[in-house]
Design a protein around this ligand. Structure first.
Ligand code: NI
Length: 135
């Protein structure tokens, strides 16, 4: 019997969406306000879900305290209060869109859960805009 457990997390970060190989006009046309050159911030809300079998010994799918520690060390410590474009190497030449941030989060977490669990990342950039990624 497979169940899904989830843990919510949170980080604040600044970014802009911008392609240096495009004119300012084209950046503005494609990315709108998100391309403003002096960056802007978001309060990102993250939901990390693991689907797997319930361990008959513990009654857990996965120890949620352990999951929360992994999210803290791999995601919050890495992204919170950062300028994603300037501080995070992966985004030095890749736009830190919600899509690309969700992929980065997944890629940093999947090593802990390979084989036994299905990992899913849901990332809210605003209360109304969110993306899902599960590999
Ligand atoms: Ni933005």
């Amino acid at each position: 019997m497979k169940l899904t457990i989830s843990r919510k997390a949170h980080f604040n970060a600044a970014h802009k969406l911008y392609r240096p190989d495009w004119s300012d006009e084209k950046n503005n046309k494609v990315f709108g306000k998100c391309s403003n050159k002096n960056f802007h911030g978001h309060n990102y809300e993250l939901i990390v879900s693991l689907t797997g079998e319930v361990d008959p010994e513990t009654g857990y799918v996965y120890d949620i305290g352990k999951l929360s520690q992994i999210i803290k060390s791999e995601i919050e410590d890495y992204l919170d209060h950062k300028n994603l474009n300037l501080d995070i190497e992966e985004f030095s030449s890749l736009n830190p869109s919600a899509e690309n941030i969700a992929i980065l989060i997944y890629d940093r977490l999947i090593k802990y859960f390979k084989e036994k669990y299905k990992l899913k990342v849901v990332l809210y950039e605003t209360p109304r805009n969110f993306v899902e990624y599960s590999g």
